[in-house]
Design a protein around this ligand. Sequence first.
Ligand code: PMP
Length: 353
Amino acid sequence: MIQDFFRKDLSDFESYNAGKIDYKVRLNANESFNNLGAATRRKLGMVIEDSIYNRYPDAGALQVCNLYAKYAKVESINVMAGNGSDECIQIIAHTFLNTGAKVAIQSPDFSMYGLYTKVAGGIPIEFPLSEDLKLDVEGFITMANREEVKIVFLSNPNNPTGGTITRENIIKIIEGCRCIVVIDEAYFEFYGETIVDKINTYENLIVLRTCSKIGLAAIRLGFLITNNVLMEELKKVKPPYNVNAITQSIGSVVLEEPKIIYKNVERILIERKYLWEKLSCIDGIKLYKAEANFILVEVLNAKLVKEQLLEQSINVRSFTSGVLENCLRITIGSREENDCLLNNITLGNDNNM
Ligand code: PMP
């Protein structure tokens, strides 16, 4: 049987189901609601026309890494580009994990840390957040050292909670954990705090960033930022031409003019404030601190609310078990999309509001 050749440890894995994308209001995937402006898109049209299609792209994605380095205020030798930061997570897992190696993650946190750990043959050790979705920092460090994990993955701000870990506590974790510490700053632009300035202070620190949340989800471009020693090791595993030429060019055009990003972020932050204020006026909805481009809310029955929203072609992310039971993660949309959500959201009881 052909299945005899399959990996037994993958037998209960399920393929990633990103869901339908033809909803009228898409507030489920933490994307930016702004497309690039017409002038930038016209410029990209010329870039695409002038691209060299018969040659492999630059294997090190040098130009876009240089520009990202400037944007992130680091040196370009400390930057590696990935096909989304997803790929950076995968490269980290494959570089440092062998079969049976343990990895410490918070629960809940971004699901890909656990997935890529398992695909690499490693074992994710989950450390639950408290009922109010906070991390017990000392407890986490103790657990990571007791389990002798090789990697700690943490998103800051956290997806899906939207909560954050203070700089002081991030430093405690980097200094306290005897392993590689990956701080995933996918939502950095909506929070403003970063630890990227410490990549050369700590030998065990890797920072992740992405362009997906700031208007470029379609092109798949993420970055890994770390010191030279870890970078050399990671380069051994990085696929040679992992970021295609078009992505490199589009990323470069946008990063050459970072005000495109700043303006986009500003618009998202205005809408976050608006949505937060409106949601907080609705009795029966509990809101969690929102430092990313989404708001986590708790309702009476998240499954029902989600179904009711889907009937109006509004898609949000719902959680039905664990500490996030009855929570919805709502990505910040445009004013029109946010109003549409606000006009249709219910508490999940039988009396629609
Ligand atoms: N890290 C976190 C915390 C995320 O939420 C996401 C996207 N949902 C990613 C990484 C992956 O982003 P990318 O599109 O760059 O692969």
